[in-house]
Design a protein around this ligand. Structure first.
Ligand code: GAP
Length: 512
C-alpha cells in the first residue's frame, strides 16, 4: 500500500467509526471544515486533558484562561495580523484554481528529494548486498545534480521569502516550469498577498457596526489579559498562561483532511519571562514539549525539530515539532520566542501601561514571551495516523486495529457477555454499572465474540472484558489486551484498580 492509500484509509476509517465527519455533509460539505463525531470528541477531549494537565497541573507557575473569540479589532492591528498575516497566492488562469506560491515551490523542492530517493532505491536493487548508500549519495552524478538543483532552489526561495519579494516568487515558478496540477498549464497570474483573517460585523445598525475578526490565534487573548491574571493570581515572573480554544484562518490551500482547516483548535501557552532569559527558556520548552509528544510511545523516529528559515514578524527564534504523517514530516506544534513584541504593541496601541513590576528588584519592565502552540486537530491526525494498522493474523485474516495510547483511547473498556442468556448479560451490566463512574465503557452483546472484538479493535479500545459461565461461579472474567490479543483471568473486584493504572492520564503525566 502506498502512503497515499494509507492516508485515504485513515480518512475513511475516521468517518466510518464516528471520529470525524465532513461538516454540513448533507449539503455537500464546506471546504476544510470538519465535525468530530461521538468517538472523535472523546479522543479530542483526552488530548486536551493530557495537554492541560501537563501545563496547569504539573506547573505551579502556569494557570489557565478562557478568553472570548471576539476581541477589539485594534488588537489585530497591534499584533500585526491586519497588515502582515498574509500568504502569497497565485492563480492559474486556465483552471481558475488558487494556490499558495510558497507551497508550489516547496512541493517542487520535495520533487527533487523524491527523485534522489528513487535513484537510491534503483541503485540498491541493482547492487544488492554490496550497496554502499553513503558512497552512492556522495558520488552518483544524477543524485548530485538533483541535490544541486534542489539546494539552489532552496537558497533562491529562502531569499525571496525573507525579502517578501513577490515578483521573484513568480519568477521561480516560471523558471522551474511548475504547472498547475489541474489544468497542466503554466498560465499563472502575478503573486499577490492574501490576508488570512475572517471578518464580520458587530452591532445592530449599519452606522454603529464595527468590523471585527475571528481570532486567527488564541495567543492574543492571553496577551491582553496577562496583567489581569498576573495581578489577581499574584503571579511572579517566570509564569505561564495556558488556553485551549478555536481559531480561524481563511486558508487558500485547504486540504489533507484535518491537517489544514479553516476552523480549528489551538492549545497555546504563553510563558512570561525576564528579557535576556528568552533563549534559555526557548530551549527548555523545546525539550519539554518534545518529551510530551514522545511520551505517547509512537517512537522518537517519528518526530523532528525544524528550525525556521523565515521568522514570523514577532519572533527572534522559532522551531516546529514535526511528525511523520502519511504525507511526510509536517508541523504539529510551534515553539516561538516572541520577544516583547506583542505586549509592547498592545501598550502602544491601547495607550495603557501593561508593564510588570518586579517586587524583588523594584523595577518595571515589559516581559518577554516564549510560546508553545500546538494544533489540536493536527495532534489528533498524528495520533490516528500512527495508530492505524491493518494486521495480518496467523490464520491469514486481516484485522484493522487502532493502537491508540490507552490513556487517550475514547473507550477504555468493552464489557461483553459471551452469550445473551443464562444470566451473563445481567452480570455484565452490573460490572458496567460499577465501572462507568471510572472509565468510558461500552456494553455489547450483539454478534459473535470474535466480531465484537474486531469492532473494539477498530475503535482502539485497549481492553475487553468477557463474561462467561465461569464468571457466574467464581466472579472472574477474561481481560483481553487489544495489542497482544492475550487474555488473562481476573477477579471482577480487581478490574478497577488494574485498569486505572493502565488507562488514566495520570499514568502518562507521571512519565514526563
Ligand atoms: N500563536 C502562534 C501560532 O498561531 P502557528 O504556527 O501559526 O502559530 C500554531 O500555529 C499551530 O496551530 C500549528 O503548529 C498547527 O498545529 C496549528 N494550525 C495552524 N494553522 C492551522 C490550520 N489551518 N489547520 C489546523 N491547524 C492549524
Amino acid at each position: 500500500m502506498t502512503q497515499e492509500e494509507v492516508f485515504k484509509k485513515i480518512v475513511a476509517h475516521c468517518k466510518e467509526y464516528g471520529f470525524v465527519f465532513p461538516s454540513s455533509e448533507i449539503y455537500d460539505g464546506l471546504g476544510a471544515v470538519y465535525d468530530y463525531g461521538q468517538l472523535g470528541v472523546e479522543l479530542k477531549n483526552n488530548i486536551k486533558t493530557y495537554w492541560w494537565q501537563s501545563m496547569v497541573l504539573l506547573h505551579d507557575n502556569i494557570v489557565g484562561l478562557d478568553s472570548a473569540i471576539f476581541m477589539h479589532p485594534t488588537i489585530w492591528k497591534a499584533s500585526g495580523h491586519v497588515d502582515a498575516f498574509n500568504d502569497p497566492l497565485i492563480d492559474n488562469r486556465d483552471s481558475k484554481r488558487r494556490y499558495r506560491a510558497d507551497v508550489l515551490i516547496e512541493e517542487q523542492m520535495a520533487k527533487y528529494d523524491e527523485k534522489i530517493e528513487k535513484e537510491v532505491v534503483k541503485a540498491r536493487k541493482r547492487f544488492g548486498d554490496s550497496f554502499d548508500e553513503a558512497k552512492y549519495r556522495a558520488t552518483s552524478a544524477n543524485v548530485l545534480d538533483y541535490a544541486a538543483r534542489r539546494n539552489a532552489l532552496h537558497d533562491r526561495y529562502k531569499r525571496a521569502i525573507n525579502e517578501n519579494n513577490l515578483e521573484e516568487l513568480k519568477q521561480i515558478i516560471v523558471d522551474e516550469e511548475i504547472v498547475c496540477p489541474v489544468s497542466g498549464t503554466r498560465n499563472w497570474t502575478d503573486v499577490r498577498q492574501f490576508n488570512l483573517m475572517f471578518s464580520t460585523d458587530m452591532g445592530s445598525t449599519a452606522d454603529s457596526s464595527m468590523k471585527i475578526y475571528l481570532r486567527p490565534e488564541t495567543a492574543q487573548g492571553i496577551f491582553v489579559n496577562y496583567l489581569n491574571v498576573q495581578k489577581t493570581g499574584r503571579m511572579k515572573i517566570p509564569f505561564g498562561i495556558a488556553q485551549i480554544g478555536k481559531a480561524f484562518r481563511n486558508e487558500i490551500v485547504a486540504r489533507q483532511f484535518i491537517f489544514r482547516m479553516r476552523e480549528f483548535e489551538q492549545m497555546e501557552m504563553q510563558f512570561f519571562i525576564k528579557p535576556g532569559t528568552e533563549l534559555d527558556w526557548f530551549s527548555k520548552w523545546k525539550e519539554s514539549r518534545m518529551k510530551w509528544h514522545q511520551a505517547l510511545g509512537f517512537g522518537a523516529e517519528r518526530y523532528r525539530f525544524h528550525d525556521h528559515d523565515k521568522l514570523a514578524h514577532y519572533a527572534n527564534a522559532a522551531t516546529d515539532i514535526e511528525f511523520l504523517m502519511p504525507f511526510g514530516f509536517k508541523e504539529v506544534e510551534g515553539i516561538h520566542s516572541r520577544t516583547d513584541f506583542d505586549l509592547s504593541q498592545h501598550e502602544k496601541f491601547s495607550g495603557k501601561s501593561i508593564k510588570y513590576f518586579d517586587p524583588e528588584t523594584n523595577e518595571s519592565y515589559t516581559p518577554y514571551v516564549v510560546e508553545t502552540s500546538i494544533g489540536l486537530d493536527r495532534m489528533f491526525l498524528s495520533i490516528m495516523s500512527a495508530s492505524y494498522d491493518e494486521e495480518v493474523l496467523e490464520n491469514g485474516e486481516t484485522r484493522t486495529v487502532l493502537h491508540l495510547p490507552a490513556q487517550l483511547a475514547p473507550v477504555k473498556l468493552a464489557i461483553l457477555p459471551l452469550v445473551r442468556k443464562d444470566g451473563l448479560p445481567e452480570l455484565a451490566r452490573s460490572i458496567l454499572d460499577d465501572l462507568k463512574f471510572h472509565f468510558n465503557c461500552q456494553y455489547d452483546e450483539k454478534d459473535s465474540i470474535g466480531k465484537r472484538y474486531r469492532r473494539q479493535d477498530a475503535i482502539g479500545t485497549p481492553f475487553c472484558v468477557t463474561v462467561d459461565h465461569q464468571s457466574l461461579e467464581d466472579k472472574t472474567v477474561t481481560l483481553r489486551d487489544r495489542d497482544s490479543m492475550e487474555q488473562q483471568r481476573i477477579k471482577i473486584g480487581d478490574l478497577c484498580n488494574v485498569l486505572s493504572d493502565k488507562v488514566s492520564i495520570t499514568s502518562l503525566l507521571k512519565t514526563l
